[in-house]
Design a protein around this ligand. Sequence first.
Ligand code: ARG
Length: 465
Amino acid sequence: MAGSISGSGLEETRRPVNDFSSYTVSIHYDRRLYRQDIAGSIAHARMLARQGIIPAEDAETIVSGLKSVEQEIEAGDFPWEPALEDLHMNIERRLTDLVGPVGGRLHTGRSRNDQIALDMRLYTREAIRETVDGIRGLQRVLVGLAEKHQDLLMPGYTHLQRAQPVLFVHHMLAYFEMLQRDAGRFRDCYRRTDVLPLGSGALAGVPYPTDREFVARELGFGSISANSMDAVSDRDFLLEYQAAASVCMMHLSRFSEEIVIWSSREFDFIRLSDEFTTGSSIMPQKRNPDFAELARGKTGRVYGHLMALLTLMKGLPLTYNRDLQEDKEGFFDSVDTLLTTLQVYQGMLSGVRVNQEQVTRLAGESYMLATDLADYLVGKGVPFREAHGVMRRLCAHCEQEGRDLQELSLAEYQQFSGQFDEGVYEITALASVAARDNPGGTAPNRVAEGLQRAREALEAAANDF
Ligand code: ARG
């Protein structure tokens, strides 16, 4: 997003100063809203002229003045003035410096209260689009990774204990599904963000014959707010974004946990590209998965910002209260954190190398077929509970002898149950996977369907907004 504050020199205002005025200053972070603020002002000025509230020539002067202001900001030579507190006052003052007293007509029928609500909604709309774009990009990488490893078997885990073999694609598509719901949450929150608050005035509406529908069309809003008191003081669209961002970061954090585990020497399932690992300053053998760890760590700050905003809101009476100015920094940080994490993930997963040999070897480990062997006995008419008991004793026996299930002779099998026959040797990891042939299961044909559905979902993403 445009408008980073680093290097502006305005960070200085964060330091304690002798006079307390700096406490109320927000310019060092709200100036990132300058494009939204100017777009809103241009639409407002045009509406004022159309409605005969200000003269048409004045509106033209104001609009061209605002465009000059925008150019100055973009060129980096706008004279930001902390003493003017916020972005609105800075822009209005500069406009008046450039075009004269006519600039003072811009704020007719408007308050900073509906103005900041507008800026935040415009900004959030863009943030949501970029976020969903980032999610789609990552989903594409996941599908690509799945396509590269179509038949790869891997151990599936519960309690981080090897449980049953699954297809690697199935595992990747699990994350695809999580991201699909994340995209859905953001799109859903977009509908409620896409509402024009401007025209609410300070809190009660404005005593001018404004045309809010015109402003909404100019700014591409789907609708206008229904209640001015609500519109100037509600921030639940920011809460929704942050709630969706928290869930999405939680998903990426879980994935990070797997990446950290998988890339350890103990597991050795994947190798991350050099770009996404760092060495240790003293241990030359190390390839630390710092990016995955940081994604996991940064999840905490996104949760924190959600909690901060919920707490900020909980005691506010209607309508605008200055507390609301505190809605921004955490929100911007959540947006930045999520967007960069989605990008890091795209890069990190694009370069990941799967150690197919190791993954396949562990997928074939015979203990993971214990459930299938129990199911096989069920197929011979043994009640499941009994079959489960047989297999538990069999596994304990093998463990004691340090042998694999598959190494047992048929006679040995039959000591545990008379129902065993030659068919027990046909139970392999692939057969186990293939048997899970119901909707949502890991059978190759079901997973192929899942992959196809994922591709279709990505095609449909062209109509996300
Ligand atoms: N800087 C303020 C904010 O972010 C803008 C609105 C100020 N309104 C006011 N009445 N002081 O919320």
